[in-house]
Design a protein around this ligand. Structure first.
Ligand SMILES: O=c1ccn([C@@H]2O[C@H](COP(=O)(O)O)[C@@H](O)[C@H]2O)c(=O)[nH]1
Length: 233
């Protein structure tokens, strides 16, 4: 069974993206296309990454604009049939609702608080208190407005699961195998910790794509999850 991992295909060009996608697709459930590739190539890169690999598409465009503009953007990409499309929860309830209505076959995934932000960085943009408070507040707002998935760090997954129930997909970036470089991520945990906290889908990019053999790295993380009992065998 493919591991519940969305590999962040944050590649500099379409050839590298297709190569990484082919290597990791046999081992994971989902491939994530984000701003770096989509802004350069548009839908063409989705076809190159997805092919007919049998993986789900996660379009991580983090939309954030007035409701009418976000609705139009969501309609524009709905034909690519993404399983998930991200919007920033801080865009507000009307914006999230507009996205959900414009792409009814896609799970709108609301990004709560970016996993690169710690408490000091949040304070600098005027958000006081622990990240978990802001995450909870934004998550409740987003689900109330029609988001069917939430993006949070593994640190907040258990509390959000208790808050929003089993139907909402919890997606966690900020995942690092033990000993891996955390890079620009601030709120991190291991794959096993993230699943144990209640995450449904782990977003992992550089620890896989920057490995000498991305396919082997993805397979190894998937096997470790199954071995620990965190993911189904
Ligand atoms: O809060 C968020 C939301 C999205 N991301 C995205 O996930 C990947 C993480 O990649 P790594 O290389 O594993 O750090 C990346 O595409 C981000 O845009 C996030 O990190 N945090």
């Amino acid at each position: 069974m493919a591991a519940p991992i969305a590999v962040a295909i944050d590649a500099p060009d379409i050839q590298t993206a297709a190569r990484w996608a082919a290597a990791v697709a046999p081992h994971v459930s989902t491939l994530k296309v984000g701003l770096e590739l989509y802004l350069r190539y548009g839908p063409e890169v989705v076809a190159a990454v997805q092919g007919d690999r049998g993986t789900e598409l996660f379009l991580d465009l983090k939309l954030h604009d007035i409701p009418a503009t976000v609705a139009g953007a969501a309609r524009s990409v709905a034909r690519l049939k993404p399983r998930y499309l991200t919007v920033h929860a801080s865009g507000g309830a009307d914006m999230i609702r507009a996205a959900a209505e414009a792409a009814p076959d896609t799970r709108i995934a609301a990004v709560t608080v970016l996993t690169s932000l710690d408490e000091a960085a949040l304070a600098a943009v005027g958000v006081r208190g622990p990240a978990s408070d802001a995450v909870r507040r934004l998550a409740v707002l987003a689900v109330g407005a029609g988001a069917r998935a939430l993006v949070c760090s593994p640190h907040e997954a258990a509390a959000l699961r208790a808050e929003v129930g089993p139907e909402v997909t919890l997606i966690t970036p900020g995942v690092r195998p033990a000993g891996a470089d955390r890079g620009d991520q601030a709120r991190v945990a291991t794959p096993q910790e993230a699943l144990a906290a209640g995450a449904d889908l782990l977003v992992i990019g550089r620890p896989i794509t920057r490995a000498p053999d991305p396919g082997a790295a993805a397979a190894e993380i998937g096997a470790a999850l199954r071995g620990s009992g965190a993911a189904p065998a």
